[in-house]
Design a protein around this ligand. Sequence first.
Ligand code: TMP
Ligand code: MG
Length: 298
Amino acid sequence: HPALSLQLPELSKVSVLMRQRNKVENTLRAMQHAGPGTLQVISDFDMTLSRFAHHGKRAPTTHNILDHRLLIDEDCACNMRKLLKIYYPIEIDPSLTSEQKIPLMVEWWTKVHHLLIQQKIQRDMLAQAVQESGVILREGYEVFFDRLAELQVPLLIFSAGVGDILEEVVRQSQVFHPNVHVISNYMDFDANGVLRGFKGPLIHTFNKREGALLLAAPLPELRERPNVLLLGDSLGDLAMADGVARPHNLLTVGFLNDQVEERAESYVEAFDIVLVKDESMEVPNALLKFITSGKDAK
Ligand code: TMP
Ligand code: MG
C-alpha cells in the first residue's frame, strides 16, 4: 500500500526497524478507521517520555532526580549509584529471562526505597529538585501531550519510577492535562510532609502485568477503548496493555536507547516498531496524526 508509506515518511527513516511493515500498516489503518474515540495511549515514563541522553550526557530517571543534596546526603547518593551499577546491567541484559530478572529487580527497588526512607525527604523540596535536575522530555513532547488532550484520548503513564517526581516533571513541562492518568510508585508522607514509605504494591520493570490488571483495568476512562498505542523502552513495558479487557488493535513502539547491537534482534521480535537511538517523539507523533486524522488520510 504505497499511499500509506507516502503519508508516513517518518517510518522510512534508518532509525526505524520493523519486523512486519505490512502488519504495522494494517493496524494503523484499522485504528484510523475506528477513530480517536476508541483509542488509548499507554506509555512508560523513564527513558520513553523522558530522554535517555541529551547533548551526549545521560539524562536522569525519576529515581536519579532524587540525587539532589536538598533531598538525600552524599552517602545515600553514593549507595544508590552503587546499586545502579550492579542492577542496571542486569535489567537490560538480553541473555537473562524476565523470570531471572524479577527477584533482582525487587531487590534493587526495595534497597533503594529503604535508603530513601532513611533520608527523611521533605515533600516541599521535590519541586526544586526536579527544576534543577536537567530532566528533559523527548523533543516534540508538547505536540504529543497536547494532541491527545485535544482529542480527549486518555494517556496512561505507567512507570516503575517515582510517581511524585514523574508528576512534577509533567507539571513543570506544562502538559499535565486532564486526560493524563498515572500509575507509579508513590511516596507516602507523614503529617509533617516527611517521607515514611511508599504506597501500594511495588512496581518494577518486569511486573507491569500485575500492575495493569490490578490498577489500570479498573480505570473507567480506559475501559471502553479497545485500540492501544503503547510506548516503552523495556521489554517489560509490553505488559502495560495486559489490563485492556477486549483489545482490538495493539501497536507497540519500543525505544532502543542502549546496548543497541546486543538487543536489536529481541526488540524487533517483540515490538512492532523499534526506534534506535531516537531522542524525539517524531514517530509517535506521526503515528498519532495518522490514526486520528481520518478524513484527509483516507
Ligand atoms: P520506568 O518504568 O518509568 O521506565 O522506570 C523504571 C526505570 O527506573 C528503570 O529503567 C530503572 C530506573 N531506576 C533508576 O534509574 N534508579 C533506581 O534506583 C531504580 C530502582 C530504577
Ligand atoms: Mg523506561
